[in-house]
Ligand binder design. Structure first.
Ligand code: DGT
Ligand code: CA
Ligand code: CA
Length: 575
């Protein structure tokens, strides 16, 4: 699949045009196609061969030609031209928040800044501050953003990690269909970021497997290889990630996946339990004296320690082993419990799929309902809807709902502008579900108070802390008070499955649960294919010890409708 490769080429074209100050329309067209390609699950090569390129929204004639050229020749003239004119390392800096194309252009033209090192130098020696529009405060903010960016990029997102591991596993399984492979480490625990990817295989054909693994076409670098293990690098976007593969005999498979799933503190705790029982625990099995007494399955390993199997997502040594000993492990929510998705963007605002496409995808996923939550008018940057547009969209929702036989709640992602709270009566009349969101960091406002003041008419508080794992920090909000009030007012806290957000985080989910707060897990999809981001939301919820009953979108449609009715009743009673 060349999808991701093409996506990042178009993204770079967009970045360099932006850097050069080209017209917005062109830049946006390239950005859009980059996103569409990145999100696409179908192979672009197949689409092109079948002559269907132009059927894809966002791909016009000019771009179709470029894709075709690249797929046929392995080159794209436009890309090569553009990349010759702009230093590539400078473009990477456009990923950093707080550093825009204008700043970079200025630094490049006036101070010959070509990369991050140059930029840090002119920040430190004061020459950047000498340029027009470059205040001390702004430079300080840029420095912090670079630090945050660097920190975020030592690890990759769980979304990227899963994409890569799926590709690697499908490659290996095609060649070794009978052999079991399990991704272990932080990825199996669904941690929000992943340092490296660990895969375990159970087989005596170790040499063969290692050989195939280290010569996969996607490998950019071989770090090391022996008879039973190997480490390689695989590129993802502008970065790359290490993958470690270990092959162990079937008899040790369970012990090995247990060991390499971690976390390390969980394993250390487990080992002390084993020692107390006179046993020894290693990646090869559980031993009494020199005799192996368990190791074939992971369940066996836990059983021999008198424990039930513990789900990987909570193996962090934060109380799970005690809960297992006492027999009070939570019954974690499962992906199969999910019956709908309450946060999806359509092409009415900043999404790329039509409502019909979204509805069809939701049916494929066996959902009973979805909610389309386009941005509200104040979110100008994201094509927020006017009331007229909103009414038009709602009509369409109704029509598609009838045609497709899936409940489509009319929703909105309502932008909170602190200090300007109004009671949106019109919206309440037009909409089934109101989701509140904040997308800015304006200073001098009491976010906590402003958010709570909306609890009488909103249903969901979206991505409650506002963090982005790629760098943007949280806004100042008192989560404990928010959780308490949310529980009291029947407002749901969102667990956003967008891999750069995962907000609420695992830790916050567990905290919110203490207050009796309920959740909505969502994909926040901006295209049909991204409805599958739900799995990262579920992973985060599981890491936060959430159970089925804690999450509204595990309810049947009937129960959700009842919940909404009750909420309305509450509203009428109190206002
Ligand atoms: P990462 O890669 O930083 O996202 O995090 P992990 O948890 O995948 O860590 P990694 O790749 O260093 O090691 C994979 C697992 O192997 C880890 O979760 C637990 C196990 N492990 C690694 N080193 C040790 C160790 O020194 N002692 C024990 N008990 N387990 C270890
Ligand atoms: Ca790892
Ligand atoms: Ca590792």
């Amino acid at each position: 699949m060349k999808n991701r490769e093409l996506a990042s080429m178009f993204q770079r074209i967009a970045d360099s045009l932006e850097f050069k100050g080209d017209i917005r329309f062109k830049i946006n067209a390239y950005k859009k196609v980059a996103r569409v390609l990145f999100d696409m699950t179908e192979d672009i090569g197949t689409v092109c061969k079948e002559g269907r390129l132009r059927d894809i929204p966002g791909i016009g004639e000019a771009i179709a030609k470029k894709i075709d050229e690249y797929l046929k020749t392995g080159r794209m003239k436009k890309y090569e031209e553009v990349m010759e004119e702009v230093p590539e390392e400078l473009l990477m800096l456009m990923e950093v928040s707080s550093i825009g194309p204008k700043t970079l252009r200025l630094a490049y033209n006036k101070l010959d800044v070509k990369n991050k090192r140059d930029l840090l130098r002119v920040m430190d020696n004061g020459s950047l501050a000498g340029l027009a529009g470059m205040g001390e405060k702004k430079i300080e903010k840029m420095k912090k953003a670079i630090q945050a960016y660097e920190k975020g990029h030592e690890r990759i997102s769980i979304g990227d990690a899963v994409t890569i591991v799926d590709e690697v596993l499908s490659y290996l399984k095609k060649r070794f269909p009978k052999i079991r492979f399990t991704p272990c480490g932080s990825l199996r625990r669904m941690k929000e970021t992943v340092g490296d990817i660990d895969i375990t295989a159970g087989s005596s054909r170790n040499k063969e497997i290692i050989n195939v693994f280290k010569s996969m076409p996607s490998v950019s670098e071989l770090i090391g290889a022996g008879d039973t293990k190997a480490s390689v690098m695989i590129p993802i976007g502008r970065h790359s990630v290490q993958i470690d593969l270990r092959v162990v005999p079937e008899d040790s498979y369970g012990a090995c996946i247990q060991y390499f799933t971690g976390s390390k503190p969980h394993n250390v705790h487990l080992r002390t339990l084993a020692v107390k029982k006179g046993l020894k625990l290693s990646e090869y099995g559980v031993y009494r004296d020199e005799k192996r007494i368990a190791g074939r399955t992971e369940e066996d390993v836990y059983r021999i320690l008198d424990l039930p199997w513990i789900p990987p997502e909570i193996r962090e040594d934060t109380g799970e082993i005690d809960a297992a000993i006492k027999g009070v492990l939570p019954k974690l929510i499962e992906y199969s419990d999910i019956k709908g998705d309450l946060h999806i963007h359509s092409n009415y605002s900043d999404g790329t799929s039509t409502i019909l496409e979204i509805a069809k995808k939701a049916k494929e996923l066996d959902y009973e309902y979805i909610c389309i939550t386009d941005h509200s008018e104040r979110a100008k940057y994201a094509g927020g809807l006017s009331l007229t547009k909103l009414k038009e969209r709602n009509e369409l929702c109704k029509q598609i709902e009838q045609e497709q036989g899936i409940r489509i709640f009319r929703g909105i992602e309502l932008e909170l502008v602190p200090g300007h709270i109004e009671y949106p009566e019109e919206l309440i009349r037009e909409l089934d579900i109101i989701t509140l969101a904040i997308h800015h960091r304006k200073e001098g406002y009491d976010f906590t108070r402003d958010v709570i003041s909306t609890f009488s008419f909103i249903h969901v508080f979206a991505h409650p802390t506002g963090r982005l794992l790629s760098g943007r920090s949280e806004y100042k909000i008192d989560l404990k008070t928010i959780f308490q009030e949310a529980a009291k007012n029947n407002v749901l806290m969102e667990i956003n499955g967008y891999p750069d957000r995962l907000d609420l985080s695992d830790v916050n989910v567990r905290e919110a649960k203490k207050y009796g707060t309920k959740f909505s897990i969502c994909s926040d999809a901006h295209s049909r294919d991204k409805l599958n981001q739900m799995k990262f939301g579920v992973g985060t919820a599981r890491r936060g010890w959430a159970e089925k009953e804690d999450v509204i979108n595990t309810f049947s449609l009937n129960k959700v409708e009842n919940w909404l009715e009750n909420k309305k009743f509450y509203k009428l009673k109190d206002h």
